[in-house]
Design a protein around this ligand. Sequence first.
Ligand code: ZN
Length: 247
Amino acid sequence: MKIAEKFLKMGLRFIGRLYVTMGCHPTRCGEFEPDPDLYYSNMCKSIEANHNRVVAIGECGLDYDRLKFCPKEVQKVYFEKQLELAEQFQLPLFLHCRSAHEDFMEIVTRNRSKIVKGGVVHSFDGTSEEARKIIDFGFYIGLNGCSLKTEENLKTVQEIPLEKIMIETDCPWCGIRPSHAGSKMVKTRFPTIKKKEKWAADQLIDGRNEPCHLRQVIEVIANVHNEPVEKLADIFYENTINLFFRK
Ligand SMILES: [Zn+2]
């Protein structure tokens, strides 16, 4: 939110083009305690105060790969609680699901009536069957470098219909590393330097994922689906507008 406001104050040309989601990440759900009602009402206040910038509730969901930050039971309770925000504010969901597909689907299915504006399961790295269930529920699937790591991942991506795909970087994490299966399909490389102390405006830091790497994500998907990048860019842009900006 601070970054969105900063751009606004600076009068930069992407006024109106920088938006935020608001929610509690599964690994942070311990923050709801000891007073969940107070935490929830503070979330409501933040959303109300920034209603023209907040386009979705999230990231929320479940992350069973990082239970050391927050136990399963706590994650489940406050993921479900945040679905109330989606209903209350009539907003879509920006969802995070890591190694928790079954519990995730059980919670969203039980709360289907609260999910009025749909959502996207971002940074998807699950199986083809999991992708199918997510799509059947009505969600979009968000792809980044983490979704393109293995040959298995690429096969799954090939099976996801284009009209259900969104793209993201999730930077500074989830870049496409040289060891990833998708890496060989990347066409656009950027000049990089090794040491972050030597940063310059026209060079990236080696290993750090940046927004410009979005092009690499779409290049891999284009290769996997055997379609031109430009066509996919139009489709994915439309998908994004549909979820976050159409009433
Ligand atoms: Zn996430």
